[in-house]
Design a protein around this ligand. Structure first.
Ligand code: MN
Length: 250
């Protein structure tokens, strides 16, 4: 099995090094292609207004001067001349990607890019919160989450979103399949100040995000101490509203 690893925290992120160790337990053919710099919050963006460059960091390790989407796109076009990889793993993100984080997340978007190319794709993120357990849950649980998933024939244009709770591995209660939850909008804080040249600026924070722990959601699972596993689809159509809109133009 040939596995491509990527992330949005950049080629030097500790979460990517951890993912690399886990992937090498699953396969001896692992390629890493990740953004050169941190791209958290980049979403599913593609760099179109300037060139991107591919830098080699040893055997089958590459950094792309662009977004997670760029990294996957370039990897699939340039690093796999003999055919696409069998699996793409993105992460392990430094922080959770739950509920509405999905469309902001570079980690998940990288997996979306490979899902668009028809490759089984899994995004992995480690919730951190204030508690200092680091990547303990991911380290202890990633392999047993991944093993049943790697040969699973998921439908086309879907991907899997995995989140590890902010707990020591020994305290994690298990694995739960959950649907995507939702954040109550007001989204985070905005720091407002003045730069050294006297111009006002704004800086988005990610604290103070309220969310409802609806039953069966990824938010609830991780909050209850479980690893959440959520199937996602790239088709964002709200099918139940097709008729409502069609009536307006009928
Ligand atoms: Mn990130």
């Amino acid at each position: 099995m040939r596995i491509l690893l990527t992330n949005d925290d950049g080629i030097h992120a500790p979460g990517l090094a951890l993912l690399e160790r886990i992937a090498r337990a699953l396969s001896d053919d692992v390629t890493v292609c990740a953004p050169a710099e941190e791209q958290s919050g980049a979403g599913h963006s593609l760099t179109l207004h300037m060139p991107v460059r591919l830098h080699s960091f040893g055997e089958k390790r590459y950094a792309v001067t662009g977004t997670p989407g760029d990294a996957v796109n370039l990897a699939l076009r340039k690093l796999f001349p003999e055919g696409p990889p069998d699996l793409v793993l993105s992460g392990i993100n430094n922080g959770e990607n739950l509920a509405d984080d999905v469309t902001y997340s570079g980690t998940i978007s990288a997996a979306m890019e490979s899902a668009l190319a028809g490759i089984p794709s899994i995004a992995l993120s480690q919730a951190l919160r204030d508690r200092g357990h680091g990547f303990s849950a991911a380290e202890g649980w990633a392999e047993q989450v991944l093993r049943p998933l790697i040969d699973l024939a998921m439908p086309k244009r879907t991907l899997i979103n995995v989140n590890f709770p902010a707990l020591p591995a020994a305290d994690v209660r298990g694995i739960r399949v959950a649907r995507q939850g939702f954040h109550d909008y007001a989204r985070g804080s905005v720091v407002e100040s003045v730069d050294p040249r006297g111009r006002p600026y704004f800086w988005f924070g990610l604290d103070d995000i309220e969310h409802t722990l609806d039953h069966g959601t990824d938010l609830e699972a991780v909050s209850d101490g479980y690893v959440s596993v959520t199937p996602l689809q790239l088709d964002l159509t709200h099918h139940a509203s097709i008729g409502l809109l069609a009536d307006r133009f009928g």
